[in-house]
Every structure is written in structure tokens, then in C-alpha cells.
Design a binder for this molecule. Structure first.
Ligand code: 3PG
Length: 320
């Protein structure tokens, strides 16, 4: 379960899918995976569920595929046989939870109240689906639930859209957001997987919220750094401020007191979630200078450099 929790958390989004035609499952899995969301909850709302899971796993073995709307243990059994790695139910379903736990299958039961969360705790679960998220009180309700149950992580689903997803993901107790909005039914029916892939990419970028933080200039020594930062101050009014290694001019320019990483310097890109961004880029084949990683007091990633340079600049991610 903890492994699953880490994996779901690193992806951040779980598309809820109801496929009518299992033939489309392979192409859909590829589109989501290439778009940066290698995860799906395939619901038992259609007869094509089990076959869709099988085809998605075949097309994208690395993808984390689970079954959704699991309300009977037989469904969990069938889905697991087809390759589903986790089971999601809309409500707290004891039969499904007990079956999954007894068969070493990860399970994410639906919870919408303190009573539900306490049931999940009794079973030793650390991740539940907060469903129906918006109708059950949304972000405010989740904040209240997290007070007494700080060890529990939630996957809000139900009424999540690209517009409100960010508010949920800001909460530490939210492992990922689920939703059908990530896979519009009409696009699946038309077989427009290119648009689905591009939508997934856009949603991932929205979730990670990349912004330019600052540009670092490699200067030979403190005097040169002072001169460069001073120029930005006198020309643009960007105020100088010195720290151990560099002199900032405003927040966008950092003149290094000695040559640092990058042939020309470095570029810092801010993100909503450095840990999740790191996983996303690793999946895309980028590598990182692990020795450059800086962690915050709570153990989350604060900053890390890519191994690759872009245009002579070393690039690093920094947590907002
Ligand atoms: C589910 O089964 O998880 C929900 O029906 C998904 O809700 P949504 O369609 O509002 O995203």
C-alpha cells in the first residue's frame, strides 16, 4: 500500500475512465502515459472494464492501472487477474476492503465522513478516496478531516476539474486528484488520442505550475558579482542583496561570487511540487544531480539540478 501511495503521489493525477469499447484502451493508455499521466482508474461501470485493464497493461506495462467502482469482491478478483494494481470503491465497502487485504491487493475505499476515515484506520490503510469530493464539502471538508486524522492521505474525486484541482493538490494530505475530466468521453469515442495526450500534458504542467524563478550568472569573484548586481540595481532599480555564495539583484538575477554549475550560469524554475516534478522528468528520461538536492525540514525536496544543461545553463527546480 505504501509503495502504491508513493507512486500515486508522484503522479498526482488519476484519470477516472469508463470505456465502452475495450479496443480503445491501448491507445488511450499510450496517450495518457505520453502526456505524463501514467495512471488510470478503469471503472466497472461498463462491461468493457476488465478487458480494458488487460489491454492498457499490455500497451503500457509501466502504467499504474487500477479498477474503479469496485463494489463486489468478485470484481476485485477479476480486475486483479487482468493486471489491476489497486481497487477503488465509491463508498467504504467492507467486503471489498477485506478481500483485497486478504489477497495482498492495494485498496482505496471511498470515505466522505470521519466515521469512514476511522474505519479505514482500523484496517491500517493510509490512503482513501475522498468521494464525492465537491459535493461532500470540498477543500474545507478535507481540511477539517485532516485535523484529527493527520496520518491519512486522500485522493479527492468527484467534481474535480482543471480549475479546482490546484486547491486540492496544495493540501499536504492530498496524494492525488482523481477525475473523469482528464479523459473526455467524446474524444475517446472519436478516437482523438492526440488531443487527449495534449490535454494530459497541459494538466500536468498546470499541476506542476512551472515559472521562471531566477537566472544565475557565473562571475569570477565577489567584485565581479557586485559589479554585475550593481548594474542591474542602477539600471533597473533591482535591489542588491548579498548572501554567502551570491549577490541577488531583485529576485530574478543572481550573480555568483565564483563560477558555479553551468557553462554560462544557471536558470532556476519554480514549481508547485519539486518532488512530483522530479518524478515526472525522470519518467521522461531526464537525469538529475542527486548530490545537488536540497531537502526541507519536513523531508520534502526543496531544489535539485538537472544533469543536462540547456543552452549552456545548468537548470534547477525549486519548490515554490
Ligand atoms: C468516480 O467514479 O470517481 C467519479 O464519478 C468521478 O467523478 P467526476 O466524474 O466528477 O470526476
Amino acid at each position: 500500500m505504501n509503495e502504491l501511495l508513493c507512486e500515486i503521489e508522484s503522479i498526482g493525477m488519476v484519470p477516472v475512465i469508463s470505456l465502452k469499447d475495450a479496443e480503445k484502451a491501448g491507445a488511450l493508455a499510450k496517450a495518457l502515459s505520453e502526456g505524463g499521466i501514467p495512471c488510470a482508474e478503469v471503472t466497472f461501470r461498463t462491461d468493457a472494464c476488465v478487458e480494458s485493464i488487460r489491454r492498457m497493461k499490455k500497451a503500457c506495462p509501466e502504467m499504474l492501472v487500477g479498477a474503479g467502482t469496485v463494489t463486489m469482491k468478485e470484481q476485485a478478483e477479476e480486475a486483479a487477474k487482468a493486471g489491476a494494481k489497486f481497487m477503488v470503491s465509491p463508498g467504504f465497502n467492507h467486503e471489498v476492503v477485506e478481500y483485497c487485504m486478504g489477497h495482498n491487493i492495494a485498496v482505496i475505499p471511498g470515505c466522505s465522513s470521519p466515521t469512514d476515515v476511522e474505519q479505514a484506520m482500523k484496517y491500517g490503510l493510509h490512503l482513501v478516496k475522498f468521494f464525492p469530493a465537491e459535493a461532500a464539502g470540498g477543500v474545507r471538508m478535507l481540511k477539517s478531516l485532516s485535523g484529527p486524522y493527520s496520518g491519512m492521505k486522500f485522493m479527492p474525486t468527484g467534481g474535480i476539474t482543471e480549475a479546482n484541482m490546484g486547491e486540492y493538490l496544495e493540501l499536504k494530505q492530498v496524494a492525488a486528484c482523481g477525475g473523469s475530466f482528464m479523459v473526455p468521453e467524446n474524444l475517446v469515442e472519436k478516437g482523438d488520442f492526440i488531443t487527449i495526450r495534449e490535454m494530459a500534458k497541459k494538466a500536468v504542467h498546470e499541476m506542476l505550475g512551472f515559472e521562471l524563478a531566477h537566472i544565475g550568472l557565473n562571475m569570477k569573484n565577489r567584485d565581479e558579482a557586485m559589479l554585475a548586481a550593481g548594474m542591474f540595481e542602477s539600471v533597473f532599480g533591482f535591489q542588491k542583496s548579498e548572501n554567502d555564495n551570491s549577490i541577488f539583484a531583485g529576485s530574478y538575477i543572481e550573480a555568483m561570487k565564483s563560477p558555479f554549475l553551468g557553462e554560462k550560469g544557471h536558470i532556476a524554475v519554480r514549481t508547485n511540487d519539486a518532488g512530483r516534478a522530479l518524478s515526472y522528468f525522470k519518467r521522461r528520461g531526464f537525469s538529475f544531480r542527486e548530490e545537488s538536492a536540497v531537502y526541507k525540514m519536513d523531508g520534502t525536496l526543496g531544489a535539485v539540478y538537472f544533469r543536462e544543461e540547456i543552452g549552456g545553463f545548468a537548470v534547477h527546480l525549486v519548490q515554490k
